[in-house]
Design a protein. Structure first.
Lengths: 906, 163
């Protein structure tokens, strides 16, 4: 491929990108002449060059597009259809250019379709007169007129290329007389057949160009996109330059070192100058690697425009900080992820016009792209004002896909839930559109960003929009690093990963302690796992000398925090990262190497690798110490998972989580009042709402927290002020006999907490709930035989059990119970008080176990206090569980655990 | 033995053996030859940075005029133990798959032009480790010269077994 052609390809594709952007702008602002002129000029340049290089296909396309744009300039209304057509033409031009690049020849093909369209559109409505003379076969003629007519109108906007070409072309051809008259159509048309299109548009140009020439300076300046003073340099050349400069820096450092030792002042001054020049040179070369992030954004306006029409949404793209510079290597990596995220925002984030209107938002959605420097990193924010993430849908999907259990998912914070969208194949889109929703992408986005040491975060507010924040290092090639030592060897740790440095020494404030041999550091009341670097690196002598003296480099990888123990810390230095040799790339602990100022090669420690290496050595959660991972709730049956909330007053209230179907945050505006009672439409049904206490006011605006309880197909929403937490704790309830809305109170997480009696609220929601009406769902009906000598307790527990979905039969004594069991009535579970006059609970169970069809009946025993003797007796009688007599919630839970789950939370 | 090297032959597929100019090196007393086309530099390595956890034959990294070079010990590749303490090793700078490697040898001798026709296959009872790195043997006056297979020596695969 000759140089000229290559030059043309690079230049044209740049021009085309600009045109893409400008056209989209123009469509929004059709009266802006500057933009139009700019586009016109660029298309024109392409056309001209094509002609010069003998690329007829391209030229014809560019020409037809130019014609249509000429019409716009003459005042033809700009329509979306026309712009789309021009964009389509540009796409075709790009295709041809791509082919050209591969094969160095213009591909075969006909563009009659597009050209015809363009011409039709150009000739279209306004001027019936010119439309007649130049019929389809001689399209060029038609525009010729226009161009000639226009030319005098805008003398200022001639580009250098045009002038040059004009110059060349005038030299070749001498059709100067053409310009003035309006007559040319026939001659031009006549000339066309034999002369190839190339010269055709050209002849028109030369003459008029002649005059504007002198004015070019001002004209050029006034033009927004006038030529910047740049030259194109091959990237390899730059890389090479970079290497040479690095070498120069090293040599300079060596010289300085020598000069320091030898006190010969003759060298001093020139050396100092050399040093300065080198520093500046280094800086200059570094700069050549930097590119404004805007170059990665160039395609986005077009993407958004196409999406808007495809999805039928109105979207505005606001870009800020396009001039922010970053390393071109980094730029390459983030280009595609950015495009992908923008598409996602447009597709998933922004609602359709009517939806937005209904939500009280402006019809036009906005996607905002913002980039800025922050410390040694660049922050890129992509935010939309759309509907926000649907946390409910994500939770559901996460459970469906088995990424987490329902309970886990419910417990997660929104930020944690949002992270699920980075799982491969995760999509909550209801329909797969051409744009997105296939669930590919976000994981790739994350991988790409993490690949270059970046991080990505999501913030989302339902109804308000979503913001993605990407933080990436300024450059891959040069990073600030902390130089540390371990066993006389130096290593570099990238500064981005370093949070702080702590000096440790046995016996001082900060000293390393050991838990089961694993070193930890207590830092501000948190336990920090410590990784002695010399040990993981297997440096000689590391095993023998368990040195707990040195420095701890506190690092963070993702959410893991840990400390790297090193022997010494020197200084920070800007290092040029060089990749590891392929022979060494398998060592996870190093991300590369570098040459320090003194010429020594130093390995760069990869904190990710350190985390991984140690993580794999000590099991999955080796590093979880800082993530406050709760030890599994499997220790003892004594702990109960409780939902803690506030509802009326400042005191905390709690309810066993097993009774709760769901936690909801609803829009208060959706709460309806029917006959003075609050209701809300919930999953296609009306659900009554009951305040958790007389002081709880149901909100009229904002969002309202609800705790939903379900029984069969009925639900109620308990209105609470705030959901506080979900905790696992022992439940030692002190009875509160005087209040029916409470089971009692307990100390949960060191705080007095009222345990709510759901049985009290259910009748408030549904009058017939407690009366054991037609509540039961078919499978949920199990019969409990409740045996207690105290009528009070029978009465107290019956509604609780009923509320939990059981049919209840009561008996006042063991004998009575035996009578019930013998009557043929179906009994599924026996709940009995242990202490009863006459035959006690144990004797009753003994009798049951003795034989008959109820011998295997599950039993739950109620006792005022539990002693080892009781437990032993209970075990021998295969009594399923012991429950404190006043622990109503505990009883329900015990019943649930005992047998087939009762699906309270159906 | 003095076979005129025909330089006009293109360095084509078969060219590796066409004009055989070998740089002779000594490792543990044995004479080996490295094709001269592969050798970019001959230098004395200093200030090696050892790489923890690296395969045994990798001695470390060093700075050669601003490039980071991975130094490999030919002794360890051949399994003849480390160089005696106090001896200075010399390195051959070799480009391999776009990376700079340095092959450490005990000493570097002269450049010999040898006729590939006279190269003989490895003796069958040759140590396997040696055979893997040898392209054949030349019989010189009173000595044998083994032509080193540079690519095999610098390939990543055998690194584990040699460790």
């Amino acid at each position: 491929m000759d140089d000229l052609l290559r030059e043309f390809l690079t230049e044209s594709s740049e021009h085309l990108e600009t045109i893409d952007i400008e056209l989209v702008r123009f469509e929004q602002d059709p009266n802006n002449e500057t933009i139009l002129r700019n586009i016109f000029r660029l298309v024109h340049t392409i056309k001209g060059t094509c002609g010069f290089l003998g690329l007829p296909r391209l030229e014809a396309l560019a020409h037809a597009a130019e014609t249509l744009m000429g019409k716009f300039r003459d005042g033809m209304p700009v329509t979306t259809g026309a712009v789309t057509l021009i964009l389509a033409t540009l796409d075709r031009v790009k295709e041809i250019l791509g082919e050209l690049e591969r094969t160095a020849a213009e591909p075969e093909g006909v563009d009659g379709d597009l050209i015809g369209e363009l011409e039709r559109m150009a000739l279209g409505p306004p001027e019936p007169a010119p439309a007649a003379p130049p019929p389809s076969p001689k399209p060029v003629a038609g525009e010729m007129v226009l161009q000639i007519l226009e030319r005098p109108l805008k003398p200022g906007e001639v580009s250098l290329d045009d002038l040059e070409r004009a110059f060349r072309e005038t030299a070749v051809e001498e059709i100067a007389p053409l310009p003035a008259p309006v007559a040319p159509p026939p001659p031009a048309a006549a000339a066309m057949p034999e002369a190839e299109p190339a010269p055709k548009p050209a002849p028109a140009r030369p003459a008029p160009r002649a005059e504007p020439k002198p004015e070019r300076p001002e004209g050029g300046e006034g033009d927004g996109v006038s030529k910047v003073q740049t030259i194109r340099v091959n990237v390899d050349t730059l890389e090479h330059l970079m290497t040479m400069v690095s070498e120069l820096v090293l040599t300079r450092n060596q010289l300085l070192e020598i000069a320091r030792r030898e006190d010969d002042s003759a060298y001093k001054v020139p050396l100092q100058r050399l040093s300065h020049v080198t520093a500046e040179l280094q800086e200059g070369v570094m700069k050549t690697r930097m590119q404004p992030i805007g170059t990665a954004w160039q395609k986005l306006p077009r993407v958004i425009r196409d999406l808007s029409s495809e999805l039928n949404k109105k979207i505005e793209l606001v870009m800020q900080g396009a001039e922010t510079e970053l390393d071109r290597q980094v730029l390459e990596v983030i280009k595609d992820p950015l495009t992908h995220m923008i598409r996602n925002s447009a597709d998933h984030g922004i609602e359709t016009g009517p939806e937005r209107k209904a939500a009280g938002k402006p019809e036009r959605g906005t996607i905002r792209l913002n980039a800025y420097h922050e410390g040694g990193t660049i922050t890129i924010e992509i935010s939309d004002d759309g509907r926000g993430l649907d946390f409910g849908a994500i939770r559901r999907k996460a459970t469906e896909r088995g990424l987490a259990s329902e309970a886990e998912v419910e417990r997660m914070s929104e930020a944690q839930v949002a992270k699920f969208i980075f799982h491969p194949g995760f999509s909550t889109a209801k329909a797969v559109t051409a744009v997105s929703g296939r669930g590919v992408g976000m994981d790739v986005v994350k991988t790409n960003i993490e690949l270059i040491g970046g991080t990505i975060e999501i913030r989302s507010e339902p109804g308000r929009g979503t913001t993605f924040t990407i933080k990436i290092p300024l450059t891959l090639a040069i990073v600030a690093a902390l130089i540390v030592s371990a066993r006389d060897q130096r290593f570099a740790i990238p500064q981005v990963a370093v949070l702080e440095l702590v000096r440790v020494k046995p016996g001082s404030d900060h000293s390393i302690e050991r838990i089961n041999g694993t070193p930890v550091l207590r830092l501000r009341d948190r336990l920090l796992p410590i990784v002695p670097i010399s040990k993981v690196l297997g440096l000689p002598g590391a095993e023998a000398e368990a040195g707990d003296e040195g420095f701890v480099v506190v690092s963070q990888v993702g959410r893991q925090r840990f400390g790297i123990l090193v022997d010494g810390v020197f200084h920070t230095e800007e290092i040029v990262v060089k990749p590891m040799s392929s022979k060494l790339r398998h060592i996870q602990l190093f991300s590369g190497n570098t040459i320090l100022g003194d010429g020594a090669v130093v390995l760069i420690i990869d904190p990710n690798g350190v985390a991984k290496m140690v993580g794999s050595g000590t099991g999955e959660n080796g590093f979880g110490a800082d993530e406050a991972v709760e030890p599994g709730p499997a220790e003892h049956d004594e702990t109960v998972t409780l939902l803690v909330f506030r509802g009326g007053g400042q005191s905390h209230k709690a309810v066993p989580l097993s009774l709760v179907t769901r936690l909801e945050e609803v829009d208060a505006a959706k709460i309806e009042w029917v006959g003075g009672r609050p209701l809300i439409q919930y999953r296609g049904r009306l659900m009554p709402l009951v305040p958790a206490g007389p002081e709880v006011a149901i909100r009229r605006e904002g969002s309202q927290a609800l705790v939903v309880f379900s029984d069969g197909d009925r639900s109620m929403g308990l209105v609470v002020d705030e959901i506080v937490d979900i905790v696992d704790d022992r439940l030692d309830i002190e009875l509160a006999a005087d209040r029916s809305d409470l089971v009692g109170s307990a100390v949960i997480r060191g705080r007095a907490t009222e345990i709510v009696n759901i049985a009290h609220y259910l009748p408030l929601a549904h009058d017939d709930w407690s009366s054991g009406g037609p509540v039961k769902a078919v499978g949920a009906s199990r019969t409990v035989l409740l045996v207690d000598d105290s009528a009070f307790f029978r009465d107290m527990l019956t509604p609780v059990l009923k509320a939990a979905g059981y049919r209840v039969v009561t008996a006042g004594s063991a004998d009575e119970a035996m009578g019930v069991l013998g009557s043929g009535l179906r009994v599924d579970i026996l709940v009995t008080d242990v202490e009863m006059p006459g035959r006690d609970g144990f004797q009753l169970v003994e009798a049951v176990r003795a034989g008959g069809r109820h011998a295997g009946l599950p039993v739950v025993a109620l006792a005022a206090g539990v002693t080892p003797e009781l437990v032993e007796r209970a075990r021998r009688l295969q009594i399923g569980d012991f429950v404190a007599k006043f622990d109503r919630a505990g009883l329900v839970q015990s019943l649930n655990d005992l047998d087939v789950p009762q699906e309270i939370a159906a | 033995m003095s076979n005129p090297a025909t330089t006009d032959k293109p360095a084509g597929a078969q060219a590796a053996g066409a004009h055989n100019e070998l740089v002779t090196v000594r490792v543990a007393g044995e004479l080996l030859g490295v094709p001269i086309g592969r050798v970019h530099d001959v230098f004395v390595p200093n200030s090696l940075t050892s790489v923890p956890l690296a395969p045994g034959e990798i001695v470390g990294l060093l700075n050669l005029r601003g490039r980071v070079v991975t130094a490999l010990s030919l002794r360890r590749l051949l399994g003849v133990g480390s160089a005696p303490a106090g001896s200075t090793q010399t390195a051959l700078g070799i480009e391999h798959v776009g990376e700079s490697d340095g092959l450490l040898v005990d000493s570097v001798g002269e450049v010999m032009k040898l006729d590939p026709e006279q190269r003989q296959p490895n003796p069958t009872h040759m140590d396997r480790r040696w055979a893997a790195l040898s392209r054949g043997v030349y019989r010189l006056d009173g000595e044998l010269l083994i032509e080193l297979d540079v690519d095999a020596a610098l390939a990543r695969e055998p690194s584990r077994q040699a460790a």
